[in-house]
Write a protein that binds this ligand. Structure first.
Ligand code: FMN
Length: 511
């Protein structure tokens, strides 16, 4: 859709002899997907939403030539019905704070000069010229940055373990596998701000003593792959990757490795197997990758969003980052907001924002006057948050306490019409399909679990089946080899915890 609009506006500009007067810049995602494609006209900064190729003519003839806004393409707030001219003035952005997504929608991701114009590669320059590896680790510790890929492991700790591992060869890996259904946070960062990830990986290389990085990105993300390829080439051409970076003697380069789209390959040890050319199956831990990772060498694996925060932390200072968030969850988190919500899209919130604020203020509420029922976070590994926890500040620990988890950032809203047993079944079907089959509890246990869920939804189960299901969940969680199986029962357990009545409504022997 955006491609068609770009072609059409270029045509209109050419017809009006304005090609050299107006620059058409394709950016990454603005976040407000429900209103896309979005066009912002500068210098006014006015935005038009849901544009179609045929709208290009009016934008050129009316706005660019006569200086009059195109009324019918302006955005009206769906609650107040008032026109909002600037994208960042829409209620969707009021409670957001863009750190990882900062440049997305602002720069041309295919031009390194755009990234540099917004302080790009200054963090790397500062690190390699002024900081020791220990300084960087200390900065990360003070910032409180935790891994955004799901587990929330403190980033400084992982980097310091890898730094402490003695070896001539170490690796820095970016996990851009992003296999959760409904998740597109990492894709948006890579498509909109690829250099931030490259810069952070180079900083990681300097810190742990690695000279080679790999980005493991799924092949189903062709735009992300293409923009990464362009970004790597441009960074190499300016000497920001490769040999003797900033004349300091520090060498670091990055290559891409494409994944074939298996969810389990996002699990860090399965990812290492896949890069090594083997079937993507997890390895037992320990040893952890920071000690024995890729090709047996010390390796750090971090998520795209984790890296995207690093240059900002270096430049703005760790205290700035730590000033956002809750006591143990600092900074911001990007969520892919979907389901029964007015403003589907990509949102970045300071941690500690409540679910109510995300759904009502940012998301614009549940459509068609329906009631919010629950939100699912963490995808197939996560759980649901019912309305009684609507005001819970979102952070790593709070979510775990109520039986869900942050996960990588999928946030799916359900309304009164959704059956929670169906939701649990949807996620379980996904994990059954994606289980690699290496360990028995996951390979067979999740299948048996799904059979019981099937029996329940067909109205053939008994209360005893519910007990069996809970027991089986415990076994799968406790005995699976990797995080896939260890978390697969979560959607079932959390829906059982908060919506047991819906399960009971399906069974035949209601006591
Ligand atoms: N982490 C990601 O960053 N991206 C993924 O797509 C991803 N998929 C995963 C899939 C499974 C089944 C499991 C168990 C874990 C997955 N993880 C994923 C978590 C990684 O194993 C690892 O913890 C993460 O990449 C570490 O980076 P972080 O510390 O920056 O979060």
């Amino acid at each position: 859709k955006s491609d068609d609009f770009v072609a059409s506006i270029k045509e209109e500009l050419a017809k009006n002899d304005m090609t050299d007067k107006v620059n058409v810049v394709r950016t990454g995602c603005f976040g407000l997907c429900a209103q896309g494609p979005i066009v912002i006209v500068y210098p006014d900064g006015v935005f038009y939403h849901q544009v179609k190729p045929k709208d290009a003519k009016k934008i050129v003839s009316q706005h660019l030539i006569k200086g009059e806004y195109v009324e019918k393409l302006l955005y009206h707030d769906h609650k107040t019905k008032e026109v909002v001219n600037k994208l960042m003035d829409t209620p969707f952005y009021h409670k957001q704070k863009r750190v990882a997504l900062d440049n997305c929608g602002r720069i041309d991701p295919e031009k390194i000069s755009d990234y540099i114009a917004f302080d790009g590669y200054q963090a790397l320059a500062k690190v390699v010229n002024d900081y020791s590896a220990d300084d960087v680790i200390k900065i990360l510790e003070t910032s409180g940055l935790r891994g955004r890929g799901g587990g929330g492991f403190p980033t400084f700790r992982k980097w310091s373990f890898a730094k402490a591992s003695v070896s001539d060869q170490k690796y820095v890996i970016c996990n851009a596998d992003e296999g959760d259904p409904g998740a597109f946070m990492d894709r948006s960062v890579l498509e909109g701000n690829p250099h931030a990830v490259l810069e952070a990986m180079a900083i990681a290389g300097y810190t742990i003593g690695a000279n080679q990085g790999y980005i493991y990105v799924r092949a189903e993300y062709p735009t992300a792959v293409e923009r990464l390829e362009i970004a790597i080439e441009q960074a190499r051409a300016l000497g920001l990757l490769g040999k003797d970076i900033f004349g300091t003697g520090f060498d670091f380069d990055i290559d891409l490795r494409l994944g074939a789209g298996a969810f389990v390959c996002g699990e860090e040890t399965a990812l290492l197997e896949s890069i090594e050319g083997r079937r993507g199956e997890p390895r037992p831990k320990p040893p952890f990758p920071a000690v024995k990772g890729l090709f047996g060498q010390p390796t750090i694996v971090n998520n795209v969003e984790t890296y995207a925060n690093v240059p900002k932390i270096i430049l703005e200072g760790p205290e700035w980052f730590a000033s956002m968030g809750t006591e143990k969850s600092k900074g911001t988190k990007v969520f892919a907001l979907g389901g029964k919500i007015e403003n589907t899209g990509l949102v970045e919130i300071p941690l500690g924002t409540t679910l109510r604020e995300i759904v009502e203020d940012i998301g614009g509420g549940v459509p068609d006057g329906k009631q919010f029922k629950a939100a699912q976070t963490g995808g197939p590994s996560g759980g649901c948050i019912p309305i009684e926890h609507y005001d819970i500040p979102i952070d790593y620990d709070n979510l775990i306490e109520i039986g869900s988890m942050m996960g990588s950032g999928g946030l799916i809203v359900m309304d009164e019409g959704n059956c929670m047993v169906d939701i649990a079944k949807f996620f379980l079907e996904f994990t059954v399909e994606e289980s690699c089959g290496k360990c028995v509890p996951c390979r067979i246990g999740t299948k048996r679990l799904l059979e019981i869920l099937d029996k329940i939804t067909m109205g053939k189960a008994t209360l005893e089946d519910l007990d069996k299901m809970e027991e089986l969940c415990d076994h799968i969680k406790g005995n699976s080899l990797c995080g896939l199986g260890q978390t697969a029962p979560n959607p079932v357990l959390s829906t059982l915890r908060y919506f047991r009545d819906e399960y009971v409504a399906h069974v035949v022997d209601k006591r």
